[in-house]
Every structure is written in C-alpha cells, then in structure tokens.
Unconditional design. Sequence first.
Length: 128
Amino acid sequence: MVIDIFDQKILCSKCDKLMQKNRFEKNGFILRALVCPNCNEKLVHPIDEQEYLKFKNLKNKQFHVKMRLVGNSYAVSIPKEIVSFMNQINNEMNQHTRMMDDMVRLCFEDFGKVSLNFGENNPEEIEK
C-alpha cells in the first residue's frame, strides 16, 4: 500500500509551523498544495507539479498538421500526443471517457484563429 506524502503532517522548512492542505488553480489545472499559515510558504504536490510541467511543455510545442477536405467539411488531425495527455489527465480525475466520437466545441475566435474546447459541454449547450 502506497501512502501519499500529503497525508502526513509536514512542518514548514522556514518557520517550523504545521502546513495545511490547500488547492489552487493555475492555467486551468487544480494543484494540491500544502501552505504554511504563518509565512505562506507553498509546497505543491509532486505528482500535480509533474503533470503541470508536462502540460506546459505540450502547450509550448507547435504542431504542423494538414487540413483535408472530407465531404463538405474540412478536417484537421489532432496529434496523438495531445489526446493521450488529455486522456491521462481525465483518467486520473476518475472521468473514464474516450475521446473518439466525443463532441467538442469549435469556436472562430479571431481572423486566422480557431479554438477547440474539449470541456464537459453537452451538445445541446454548444452555441450555434
């Protein structure tokens, strides 16, 4: 049985006070942390920090993909590296979902810019 280090009592390295569990959001990620009530020192959970660093590396990476005509629409492939990362995060959050045939939200944001949202929007909620 593996014990999570954050389930143990941890003292702040600066002021020797007992740190308290907390969560904070960074670029859409919820990171678990321990925070010192005295000096506000933060200690981020190592697994969450590792996943966040993977996200940052993927976010900074540029992919060049082809746009193809399929019937009356155009199709763009999404690199497997991105979908695998998203599936891994979903599985860790106990949302066992498959990406195939899932509805996504596509928005024309600005001239030359389209965004694709894999959020939990229902198809009925997607604006047309």
